[in-house]
Ligand binder design. Structure first.
Ligand code: HSE
Length: 392
């Protein structure tokens, strides 16, 4: 098959945009060139000369020579308007914007169908790990039972630094921002939202179920405190932010994003720093494990590069599972959690558990370990000074 020549219009020249520029320069075998780069800030100093840039999106969208739009900006609403305009003009699109994809999944599916153009987004999930294309192609026939992993690089970096190098949470977050791992609004990382957007995309490709972000329960790492960190240390666990989805015996999908105590026998135990790790379990291939850098300029650009290369062979997602599957979301399930709370709230909180394995109180706080329904967990989640860690 002959490779198509691709002329790229790039939106955004931040960490990943510049990374892509560098990566393309070092990949001469790919017959591509970036014709124009659209950026917002007119006064920002940039590493390449001014003639490459435009401040007018239409200079790219109305250029018939540009057949691929690569969207690498961080504003999800602006990204959706650019991506939908590009698809409507028949341009293939590569994006890394997981928030935009998660919030507009159905509209983006419709646009791809109506205008018969591909939209690829491998860089939106786990950066350098080729998970989406594997879910699409390799697990096409093998029946997937579960997918679980660390899908956010910044929070894994922060958890690693605070637990093993005794760096403060604030310093570790600043470090993750300076290294270009965190979102411009880091609450998306630390609150577990970024992980949820990625999980939503993974669920669509793994199980053929398109959810709205509000349908997936998420807790981040921003409420973790000394009591649970000490508990983890004493037991030899690490705390990792986990995105989880599995198919029940009835064929329904249970999913959530939660911090979890990880024991040494779990493959995710040794996934540290900015690395992501994804475990899949399926009927015939059994357990598999993917690992790789989950954020940063070059790891993310490598996935964008791979999508650009795939476009040169006319690759597109076929969404076979979406067309075959009738999967539904299951919200009626329980999880085993460690719940840290204020001392005076113990009795009330304990009444929300269906069973309690262990409880502890000190002078001002305490914890409960036990089973609780997702519904009760959701209701309690906004309680101040409360932290939840998955314990099973
Ligand atoms: N902020 C994201 C992360 C970037 O830390 O994983 C990569 O998607």
């Amino acid at each position: 098959m002959t490779k198509k020549n691709l002329t790229i219009g790039l939106f955004g020249f931040g960490c990943v945009g510049y990374g892509l520029h560098e990566v393309l320069q070092r990949t001469p075998t790919l017959k591509t060139s970036i014709k124009k780069i659209c950026v917002k800030d007119k006064n920002k100093a940039r590493q390449i000369s001014a003639e490459h840039f435009t401040f007018d999106k239409n200079e790219i969208l109305n250029d018939d020579e540009i057949n691929v739009v690569v969207e690498l900006i961080d504003d999800a609403d602006a990204a959706f308007s650019i991506v939908s305009a590009a698809l409507k003009k028949g341009k293939a699109v590569v994006t890394a914007n997981k928030k935009m994809i998660a919030e507009h999944f159905n509209e983006l599916l419709e646009l791809q169908k109506t205008y018969q153009v591909p939209l690829l987004y491998e860089a939106a999930c786990c950066a350098s790990i080729p998970i989406i294309r594997n879910l699409e192609e390799y697990y096409d026939n093998d029946l997937l039972e579960s997918i679980e992993g660390i899908v956010n690089g910044s929070t894994n970096y922060i958890l690693t630094k605070t637990a093993t190098e005794k760096i403060s949470y604030a310093d570790a977050l600043l470090d993750a921002q300076q290294k270009g791992y965190a979102e411009s609004n880091p609450t998306l990382d630390t609150g577990g939202f970024d992980a949820k957007y990625k999980l939503l995309i993974l669920i669509a490709h793994a199980f053929g179920l398109v959810l709205h972000p509000n349908e997936i329960y998420n807790q981040g790492i921003d409420k973790l405190g000394e009591l649970e960190l000490n508990y983890a240390r004493e037991k030899g666990f690490k705390i990792k932010l986990i995105a989880h989805a599995h198919k029940t015996n009835e064929g329904k999908i249970e999913s959530y994003v939660l911090p979890k105590f990880i024991s040494t026998d779990d493959k995710l135990f040794s996934v540290d720093d900015v690395f992501n790790g994804v475990k899949t379990k399926s009927c015939f291939s059994d357990s598999q494990f993917f690992v790789g850098k989950g954020a940063g300029a070059h790891p993310t650009a490598s996935a964008v590069l791979s999508d650009i290369s795939a476009l040169s062979y006319d690759y597109k997602y076929e969404y076979k599972k979406l067309n075959q599957s009738v999967a539904e979301l299951e919200n009626d399930f329980s999880v085993k959690v460690f719940l840290r709370h204020k001392k005076e709230e113990q009795q009330f909180l304990q009444s929300k558990f269906s069973s309690v394995d262990e409880s502890f109180l000190n002078h001002n706080s305490g914890y409960i370990i036990g089973n609780i329904s997702l519904e009760n967990l959701k209701q309690l989640s906004e309680t101040p000074d409360l932290s939840i860690v998955l314990a099973n």
